[in-house]
Design a protein around this ligand. Structure first.
Ligand code: ATR
Length: 273
């Protein structure tokens, strides 16, 4: 049996086994996909043991995405720019690293929600791992002017430098938000602050043609998306579609087949009730 896994800490909540089992059934591939909880200290050893035991690929979730990059003999260009690896692929007794988060978001927005990203003036709120994971793919998709706003403005600048952003991209603090005018795409990529913890955002950030996206889903995304609706953004999107699409991209790396994500997305929505 081909072996795959998701590493995290905690990992009990992960939906990846359910998603990959559904993809595998759809594509008639026999595989085992398990959850492996490894503390940061134990992560490198656990991945090595998984490889020795025949593991062919893994997803990596918080807090290991940076550490995973360090274990790889090679990383893809998109993983290098994202500064993080969410997909490990076994090749010649070594791990190759990739990052499918950004392309997963872009695919969800374009294919599922029918958004044309080209030229969209884009605001990313937050400058941590989640923001860095998606920013390169958004730039590659042709978004317009990019602003990264963060509680700690220096981290926003660091992010732009790390992803080779164009010189027109701007970094700022959250206190500048009322002065920035409206954006066509506003992405909440703050972590602990998703929802209630975030500072009050000005309604001037959105217009009726804006899409507001929270990279989280369920309760974690509710407050930001409620704000976006009340502020008048025409489209609100949570991170569930991105979750399915990044998984499909990982599946493609491992099995060379692109699964149909629509029924799996519908299954996860139904789980949420
Ligand atoms: P992740 O990998 O999920 O992005 P992270 O790397 O810890 O997590 O980054 C968390 C992000 O949420 C950061 O942009 C952080 O801002 P700082 O760089 O100033 O820490 C942001 N964040 C966390 N709590 C916040 C809060 N209460 N208000 C605003 N931003 C917050």
């Amino acid at each position: 049996m081909k072996r795959y896994a998701v590493f995290g800490h905690p990992v009990a909540h992960s939906r990846s086994p359910r998603i990959h089992a559904a993809f595998a059934a759809q594509c008639a591939i026999e595989l085992e996909y398990t959850k492996i909880d490894a503390s940061p200290d134990a992560f490198a050893g656990a991945v090595a043991a998984f490889g020795r035991a025949g593991g062919l690929g893994a997803n990596v979730t918080l807090p290991h995405k940076l550490a995973a990059a360090a274990l790889c003999e090679q990383v893809s260009d998109r993983a290098r720019r994202a500064g993080a690896v969410n997909t490990l692929v076994r090749a010649s007794n070594a791990w190759h690293g990739d990052n499918t988060d950004g392309v997963g978001l872009v695919r969800d927005l374009q294919a599922r929600h029918g958004l044309d990203l080209h030229g969209r003036r884009t605001l990313i709120i937050g400058a941590g791992g989640a923001a860095r994971g998606v920013a390169p793919a958004l730039l590659d998709a042709g978004i317009g002017a990019l602003v990264v706003a963060n509680r700690t403005p220096a981290s926003a600048r660091t992010l732009l430098d790390a992803i080779d952003a164009p010189a027109s991209a701007r970094a700022c603090g959250l206190d500048s938000l009322p002065m920035l005018g409206a954006f066509d795409l506003v992405i909440n990529a703050t972590a602990a602050a998703r929802g209630d913890g975030l500072v009050a955002l000005p309604a001037s950030l959105v217009h009726t043609g804006s899409a507001a996206v929270d990279l989280g889903y369920g309760a974690a995304a509710a407050a930001f998306l409620d704000w976006a609706r009340d502020a008048g953004a025409g489209v609100q999107v949570d991170g569930l579609g991105m979750l399915v699409e990044q998984a499909a991209e990982s599946f493609m790396r491992w099995h060379g087949i692109r699964p149909n994500t629509d029924p799996v997305y519908a299954m996860l929505r139904a789980d949420d009730g």
